[in-house]
Design a binder for this molecule. Structure first.
Ligand SMILES: O=C(O)CCC(=O)C(=O)O
Ligand SMILES: [Fe+2]
Length: 323
């Protein structure tokens, strides 16, 4: 494998996840150890050798840019408010990830698994489950996003299984969570921050991610920052070609009683250019009950979080950030 082209030392660990596809037991255990160290430290790390074709990633970015380059009328024709399951377009300043800060300076497009309206889960009102809204005039968009969704979903499940091993649990421990696992693919566009931003305005206000694991693709603009609580500062998570930035979300903090961190992060696009990124949020089976793992409870310790289903937790997070 060619060395990774990083000019500056990274403030976050970089993990080769190739052994999760084709490694022997010892190599897998090595990945699990690296994941454990990264999650106990900050829950944010880069992965490489992830197996997702570079050509597919390039297509995803091309389709993302093409989407946001459309006239506003075409984007608003797919407005998220037209969807019963939070799929579709969301204009600038529609979400406030950081309570008390100005709304986020990003526009976005939400996608998920294509589930027909007559599916029993949709009829039963499962959160964020249903059909997507697809752009009418972007040839290849649907195919690219569908292929990418499936590819990222498989990678997300691989990481969750490796996280089970990292916690000394059998690799199959999270199978109930992984069965019929939901996920959200979000396309993001951040305009350059204006010269005179309102105080505190950011592309993404500081927040933790809601689900299990997030797999983030970012273009070469930079702007993602991760909180280093101990030092009271922000660490840059710059773009590194060929990698994902991966972070664990709130569900792993709940499972591990905070031993694995769901860490605050934010985006400020000071590149002077348009920034595009594509987070994939692996949220899991909506009905799965997330409660403290017995192995993460030391003698005399009690759970910091009450048990919650994935769906209850996500609903509360959406309510909080969409007002
Ligand atoms: O755009 C990015 O780099 C990060 C986005 C993010 O943190 C999020 O959507 O949760
Ligand atoms: Fe995030």
């Amino acid at each position: 494998m060619s060395p990774l082209p990083t000019s500056a030392p990274l403030g976050l660990p970089l993990i080769d996840v190739g052994p999760l596809r084709d490694g022997d037991t010892a190599a897998r255990a090595g990945v699990a150890r690296a994941l454990r160290a990264a999650c106990e430290e900050r829950g944010f790390f880069y992965i490489h050798n992830h197996g997702v074709p570079e050509a597919l990633i390039a297509e995803v970015f091309a389709a993302t840019e093409a989407f946001f380059d459309q006239p506003m009328s075409a984007k608003l024709a797919l407005d998220k408010s037209l969807s019963a399951c939070s799929r579709g377009y969301e204009p600038l300043r529609a979400q406030t990830l950081e309570a008390g800060a100005p709304p986020d300076l990003k526009e976005s497009f939400y996608l998920g698994e294509e589930v027909p309206s007559d599916d029993p889960r949709v009829r039963a009102g499962r959160f964020n489950m249903g059909p997507n809204q697809w752009p009418a005039d972007l040839p290849g968009f649907r195919e690219t996003m569908t292929t990418y969704f499936e590819t990222a979903h498989a990678l997300g499940a691989t990481i969750v299984r490796a996280l089970a091993e990292s916690l000394d649990l059998p690799a199959g421990h999270f199978e109930g969570y992984l069965t019929e696992a939901a996920a959200t693919l979000r396309l993001l566009h951040y305009p350059p921050q204006p010269g005179n931003p309102s105080p505190g305005e950011k592309g993404c206000g500081e927040h933790t991610d809601f689900g299990g694991v997030t797999l983030l693709l970012q273009d070469d603009s930079g702007g993602l920052q991760v909180r280093d609580a101990a030092a009271g500062r922000w660490i840059d998570a710059p773009p590194v070609p060929g990698t994902y930035v991966v972070n664990i979300g709130d569900l792993f903090a709940r499972w591990t009683n905070g031993r694995y961190h769901s860490t605050l992060h934010r985006v400020i696009n000071v590149s002077g250019r348009e920034r595009h990124s594509v987070p994939f949020f692996f949220t899991g089976n909506p009905m799965h009950l997330v409660e403290c793992l017995p192995t993460c409870l030391a003698d005399g310790e009690s759970p910091k979080f009450p048990p919650v289903t994935v769906e209850e937790h996500l609903k509360a997070c959406y309510r909080r950030t969409y007002g």
